[in-house]
Write a protein that binds this ligand. Structure first.
Ligand code: S3P
Length: 427
């Protein structure tokens, strides 16, 4: 992908369905009795990995259109042993959430994924799932995938996680469906709560108090209609682009603004961005809005603490925004960035520096001095979709040409990203 400076961005767009919600709709639909209809499904590579895993466990999933699925659920005990290893591709959500489900099955499964996923820490799910009674082995002894999981009858536990992670919390809660008593997970800060909301809509009993979620075992999950809102993590690239590109006005329609995910909107407000949130009707517990963004004079800000889990995937593009803000932006308490699809602290610091930004890495984040113009560079995405999209936004606001290597990785979460950007682009 080659990018040069854009004069303006104008128009209306609808971003693809929320990745987290799409994964969960397939998983919970498979474990429910009866039909689950999903509308607005994200046909990105990560969610296709989830579909593939459940098909291999005997679940019929029909694609009516690219974004409309019919899932013929077989109940909590209806999965069958897959004939082969399950491949979760690049998807941490698939690997960690499925591990919780597989812990409660009566068969053995092996899970693997691509080179990136084989480096991501799985000890954080192996420990609690083992405490619940599952046998889980990291086959190369590294604490990473491939994982061999032998399910067993599980015990309910009360578990406190070291990091705020919806993947870890969800994995434990899903295993808790198969427990002998309630299971509670307490996190240091509240992570995204799509699992809790959607499991309840399928008929489970999950209660949340502060940062503790508790699930009752053995509900009867019943198939549902799930409308998936647009992904705020995908909208974030256009919010950032709308703010920093001259003469821009963008309307981003039907975006999920769940308060556990809306950190980017809070950062826009802290930075003084011209963003209007126009709430629209939602058919589920997931709130939805249209977002209207205009070119803005941004100010640096401090991003830390409980806000981090609500914007963890948006930090790369927030770092790009910070380069265009007056003053300094400090991001801390975000060491989790080191164990995402790439080490996002190192990659952002190295690649934004290559474009002329004043950015330094810290132990748990980065410090960015805004106001230094960016120039084009060759950027290696490291096959990390959020790095590729963040640098497309930087490249269209830089002098000269920016080239993004391994650009096709945007298909992980946003298959039409370059097409949408081009449509709104005024050269
Ligand atoms: C996700 C949770 C987050 C996020 C990921 C999707 C989910 O990961 O980064 O893209 O769907 O639960 P962690 O839970 O590991 O922070």
């Amino acid at each position: 992908m080659k990018l040069t400076r854009a004069k303006a961005l104008k128009g209306t767009l609808t971003v693809p369905g929320d990745k987290s919600i799409s994964h969960r709709a397939v998983m919970f639909g498979a474990l429910a009795e009866g039909l689950t209809e999903v509308e607005g499904f994200l046909p990105g590579a990560d969610c296709l990995s989830t579909i593939d895993c459940f098909r291999r466990m005997g679940i019929s999933i029909e694609k009516q259109e690219e974004t409309r699925l019919l899932i013929h659920g077989k109940g909590l005990h209806g999965l069958k042993k897959p004939a082969d290893i399950l491949d979760t591709g690049n998807s941490g959500t698939t690997m960690r959430l499925i591990s919780g489900i597989l812990s409660g099955q009566s068969f053995e499964t092996t899970l693997t994924g691509d080179a990136s996923i084989q480096k991501r820490p799985m000890g954080r799910i192996i420990e609690p799932l083992s405490l619940m009674g599952a046998s889980i082995e990291s086959l190369n002894g590294s604490g990473c995938a491939p994982l061999r999981i032998q399910g067993h009858p599980l015990h309910g536990i009360r578990y406190t996680t070291k990091v705020a992670s919806a993947q870890v919390k969800s994995s434990i809660l899903l295993a808790g469906l198969y427990g002998d008593c309630p299971t509670s997970v307490t996190e240091p800060a509240l992570s995204r709560n799509h699992t809790e909301l959607m499991l309840n809509s399928f008929g489970a009993r999950v209660e949340t108090e502060g940062t503790t979620a508790t699930i009752e075992p053995h509900p009867r999950l019943t198939g549902q209609k799930i409308p998936v809102p647009g992904d705020i993590s995908s909208a974030a690239y256009f919010l950032a682009a709308g703010c920093i590109t001259p003469d821009s006005e963008l309307l981003i329609q039907n975006v999920g603004i769940n308060p556990t995910r809306d950190g980017i909107l809070r950062v826009c407000q802290m930075m003084g961005a011209d963003v209007s949130i126009l709430p629209t009707d939602s058919r589920t517990d997931e709130p939805v809005a249209d977002l209207f963004v205009k070119t803005s004079d941004l100010q640096g800000c401090i991003i830390e603490g409980d806000l981090i889990p609500a914007l963890i995937d948006e930090i790369p593009v927030i770092a790009v925004m910070a380069c265009f803000a007056k003053g300094t932006t400090i991001i801390r308490d975000a060491a989790e960035l080191k164990v995402k699809e790439s080490n996002r602290i190192d990659v952002m610091v190295e690649s934004l520096s290559a474009m002329g930004a004043h950015i330094t890495a810290t132990e748990d984040g980065m410090i960015i001095k805004g106001g230094y113009p960016l120039h084009g560079a060759v950027i290696d995405s490291r096959l990390d979709h959020r790095i590729a999209m963040s640098f497309a936004i930087a490249g269209m606001n830089a002098d000269g040409e920016t080239r993004i290597l391994k650009d096709a990785c945007v298909n992980i979460s946003y298959p039409g990203f370059y097409r949408d950007l081009e449509r709104l682009w005024r050269p």
